[in-house]
Ligand binder design. Sequence first.
Ligand SMILES: NC(=O)c1ccc[n+]([C@@H]2O[C@H](COP(=O)([O-])OP(=O)(O)OC[C@H]3O[C@@H](n4cnc5c(N)ncnc54)[C@H](O)[C@@H]3O)[C@@H](O)[C@H]2O)c1
Length: 262
Amino acid sequence: MNEVKDKVVIVTGAGKGIGEGIATYFAACGAKVVIATISNQEGEELQKKLTDKGYQAYAVQTDVCSEESVINMVAKTEQFFGSIDILVNNAGITLFKSILEATLEDWDRVINTDLRGVFLCTKYVAQSMIKHASHGSIINISSNHAFRTLPDTEMYAAAKGGVNAMTRSMALSLGKYGIRVNCVCPGFTDTYHYQNWLADKDNPSQVEADVVKLHATGKISTPLDIAHMVAFLAGEASSNITGGEFMVDGGLTAGLYHADKF
Ligand SMILES: NC(=O)c1ccc[n+]([C@@H]2O[C@H](COP(=O)([O-])OP(=O)(O)OC[C@H]3O[C@@H](n4cnc5c(N)ncnc54)[C@H](O)[C@@H]3O)[C@@H](O)[C@H]2O)c1
C-alpha cells in the first residue's frame, strides 16, 4: 500500500494494541509515523523497534485528554516532519461497569479519553492541515458498540456513539478544506486486552470458540485487519469517501441474534 508512502501520519494511542498495529503497518508502507501515546516508555520502545527496521518513526508523549499536550503533539510533528497528512484517532480506554456502580470519575475518564480526545486532536490537527493546505484524511477508531451494545457499557457506548456522530459533522465541516473524516468500527480484535479478557474466564477455550462462532468469517479481527481499512481510508483510493462508518468485525454486528441458539 504505497499510497501512504512519505505521508506524515499521527497515530494516537500507538503504544500497543490496535494503534501499534496501525503505526507499524503505516511505517512498513513508507509513511512517516508519529507515535502519540501517553506512555513515554511504550512510545520510545515502538520508535526503536520501527527505526531499527529502517522505518521512519518519532514518539511524542501525548495525553489526548489534555489540550496543552495535543497542541504540543502537533507542534512537535510539524518541527520533526513538516506538515501532517493523516491523523488516526485511536487512543481510547474500555471500561465496562454497571451504571448502578459507575462513578462520575469513571464517566469523565471514558468520555474524556474516547470522545474529548478525538475532538481535541482533530481540532488542532485540522488547523495544521488547513494551514499547510494538506488535504488530509482523519480516521477515528470507534467500535461496534456505537451500533449495538451490551449491558454495563453505557459510558463506552456513549463515547463511541458520539465518535460516530462527530465523524459525520467533522466530515461536513472540513470537506471544504479538502479534509476527509471517516470512522472505523472494530469488533473483537486480538489484542492483549482480548487475551486478558479470555484468560479471566472459567473456560477460556470454550469462550474463545463461542466468540469465533459469532463471526460470519469464522475469525475475530487482528490489528492488521484494522490497519488495512485505515490505510484505505487514508489513501487516494478513498478520495470520495467521507463521513462514513466502516465496520471491521467479521460480520459480528450484522447478526440480529445468535442464529445457532434458536
Ligand atoms: N481491542 C478491541 O477489541 C477493540 C474493539 C473495538 C474498538 N477498539 C478501540 O480501538 C482503540 C484501541 O484499542 P486497543 O484495544 O488497542 O487499546 P489498548 O489499551 O491496547 O491501547 C490503547 C493505547 O492508548 C494509549 N492511551 C490510553 N490513554 C491515552 C491518552 N489519554 N492519551 C494517549 N494515549 C492513551 C495506551 O497507553 C495504549 O498505548 C480504542 O479506541 C478502542 O476503543 C478496540
